[in-house]
Design a protein around this ligand. Structure first.
Ligand code: NAD
Length: 342
């Protein structure tokens, strides 16, 4: 009917506006490292578009930001193609949404999922990178970029002292990619800004964007002056590579630590989803305030790597992991209102 047509046209227009706003925000966030929206506002727009596209599949477009990871790399930095794509994560904004995620994966992989347990980790609010090690020696380091192709920032990553140039202990031969997050501590960030004020230079808006910006500098000497840190949380190997010496996400984290990779100390092996809820609440309400770095949630992963493989990925995210997002940190969101230069 005419009414339905009009309604659909209005929804199509809304979807178009949302896509434009999200594309613009992603460009400012990923390419310029200078967002103008808060993360909570961005998440709201993204959610609205996802819901519209789910309820009205005819409004979906091939170039929708809901299908993509990050943004196209646009700098003059050399490009790096990841061995295995770097994905994003789905979001759960409440315990109910987290429970719905478990129901979905139980439908796909059976009740076994419920008994296999979860590893819950901090969701570090930094910039994702991939470190390629060849026979245990750091060969390349790259940003996530659009998930398939990132920027080669090897000289910059080499300035981060806690990233080992050679892994310790027994490391499988061949190529492997260690994924993690480059971030700044609040202490390092504040000290850096105080020094900039003293030198008459503009201050940075927040640790996340200064970390992402510092990582993408053309001159590694500039990067070396910024207090960058690293936490690892994933390992990727090319297909057909030899088996890795761990069978679960929990063991993966322990192995990374044994190789000399910094791993966030706050993590929990959970038997049931109730344990996950309890841990996530504790992190949000108690632990978060004691951390010297920004987090924006907890990441929940099906612990068994075999089950992870069975569940696989869907579009831009793995089915076997999800981000349990927290309410935005007031202190961080208000910072965006202050006009600053990067
Ligand atoms: P995401 O940040 O919500 O989640 C995926 C990322 O989480 C991974 O790529 C990884 O880098 C990171 N991560 C941190 N700790 C992890 C752990 N322990 N295990 C696994 N991954 C971990 O998704 P995204 O696609 O990177 O970006 C979307 C988010 O970025 C938005 O929700 C918003 O917060 C922010 N954003 C903001 C704007 C803005 O304008 N303010 C624009 C674009 C994106």
């Amino acid at each position: 009917t005419r009414n339905e047509e009009e309604e659909l046209a209005a929804l199509a227009a809304r979807a178009g506006t949302l896509r434009e706003q999200i594309e613009q925000a992603s460009y400012e966030y990923y390419v310029l490292d200078r967002p103008t929206l808060s993360d909570a506002e961005y998440d709201r727009l993204f959610r609205e578009l996802q819901t519209l596209e789910r309820e009205h599949p005819e409004l979906r477009t091939e170039d929708s930001p809901t299908l993509r990871v990050g943004a196209e790399p646009q700098s003059v930095l050399p490009k790096h193609t990841h061995l295995v794509p770097m994905l994003s994560l789905g979001n759960a904004f409440s315990d109910e949404e987290l429970a719905e995620w478990e129901e979905r994966i139980v439908r796909l992989a059976g009740d076994e999922v419920r008994h296999a347990g979860y590893t819950a980790e901090l969701k570090i609010d930094g910039a994702a990178v991939s470190l390629t090690y060849r026979d245990g020696v750091l060969a390349t380091g790259a940003t996530r970029g659009n998930g398939t192709v990132g920027e080669d920032v090897t000289p910059n990553l080499r300035t981060i002292r806690e990233i080992p140039l050679r892994l310790r202990g027994k490391v499988p031969a061949g190529v492997l990619e260690i994924r993690g997050e480059v971030y700044m501590t609040y202490t390092g960030f504040e000290k850096m800004n105080a020094e900039r004020v003293a030198a008459g230079e503009p201050v940075f808006a927040n640790p996340r964007n200064s970390a992402a910006g510092a990582l993408r500098q053309l001159d590694p000497k500039m990067t070396a002056k910024r207090p960058l840190r690293f936490f690892g949380y994933a390992v990727a190997v090319p297909e057909g590579a030899r088996a890795l010496p761990f069978a679960s996400q929990w063991e993966l984290l322990e192995t990374l630590a044994s190789w000399g990779i910094p791993v966030a100390p706050h993590r929990r092996r959970c038997v049931t989803l109730d344990d996950v809820h309890a841990w996530a609440h504790d992190v949000e309400q108690v632990q978060r305030a004691t951390l010297d770095f920004a987090i924006d949630g907890a990441v929940v992963k099906v612990d068994s790597l075999a089950l992870q493989g069975e569940l696989g990925d869907v579009g831009r995210e793995p089915r076997w992991a999800i981000a349990r997002k927290f309410a935005p940190d007031i202190a961080e969101t208000t910072l965006l209102d202050i006009k600053v230069n990067v």
